[in-house]
Ligand binder design. Structure first.
Ligand code: SAH
Length: 245
């Protein structure tokens, strides 16, 4: 039995359409199953605090899908994506559902969330690599460093921390798409020197989701121009504890 009323899912599909994302029937079934999995595993894996149907659709699914037009604009839909601090799989999982050609790595240091993600991928019949490690620890590994076309991050911390944790994964010429709140424009301006220090340049700040009632959502798009100095990211925990100002 599917959770949610037929009308809720019809609205979801229509809202996705307003964002510029076509969700087909097979993909819609995956979103329904994902919601069931979240409800089943929420206690065990502390996935989210508020799991009303409407909240999950808006706060998690549609907010994640708001990245799709930007991914398509940069022709990255068959690229290699790494989602840093993915938690319960956001934005990585919804992106993988609607853009199945993306190759997605999910980085999440909390083991029980990472375990849940492995189960979710299997249940949804989706490919994806779950990396149950801290970003700081794997960012110096040649398997990961500067190997990705696209890095995503949602609710990972303050802007300078996000830059330090994410830009090392991005190949030169690749992008970081960071989902930010109402201060995005100010953040992008204020931290432009730190962005350059990590080899990036702000390319765009895109306001998204107002047409479907998402509140103050912005994507900061950073293009990777230069390599990140070897010493970054700093040791585990430091980027969040002592963000560069
Ligand atoms: N992106 C998800 C989760 C946000 S909460 C969403 O938007 O819903 C932030 C998540 O990042 C938490 O699950 C936390 O465990 C993880 N995290 C924080 N710092 C991390 C780090 N340095 N490396 C890997 N994961 C990290």
């Amino acid at each position: 039995m599917t959770i949610g009323l037929f009308d809720d899912w019809r609205q979801f599909k229509s809202d996705a359409g307003s964002l510029g994302v076509n969700v087909n029937e097979d993909q819609l079934k995956k979103f329904q199953l994902l919601l069931e999995l979240m409800q089943k595993f929420n206690k065990r894996a502390s996935l989210t605090s508020d799991l009303g149907l409407r909240d999950a659709m808006h706060v998690h699914f549609l907010d994640s899908l708001s990245l799709v037009p930007s991914i398509e604009n940069e022709r990255l839909q068959a690229g290699k994506l790494i989602d840093i601090g993915t938690g319960g799989g956001f934005p990585g999982l919804p992106l993988k559902i609607v853009l199945p050609s993306l190759a997605v790595h999910f980085v999440e240091s909390t083991k029980k969330k990472a375990e849940y993600l492995k189960i979710a991928l299997k249940e949804l019949s989706l490919e994806g690599i779950v990396v149950p490690e801290r970003a700081e620890d794997i960012a110096h590994d040649s398997e990961f460093r500067e190997k990705f076309d696209l890095v995503t991050a949602r609710a990972l911390g303050n802007w300078s921390t996000v830059l330090e944790l994410c830009l090392p994964f991005c190949r030169i010429g690749g992008y970081l798409f960071a989902q930010r709140g109402e201060n995005a424009k100010m953040e992008a301006r204020k931290y432009s020197e730190i962005t350059s220090l990590f080899g990036g340049r702000v390319y765009d700040v895109i306001s998204v989701g107002t047409e479907i009632g998402l509140d103050s959502r912005n994507i900061i798009v950073v293009r990777k121009i230069n390599a990140v100095p070897e010493k970054f990211p700093r040791k585990s925990g430091i980027p969040a504890k002592r963000p560069l100002e």
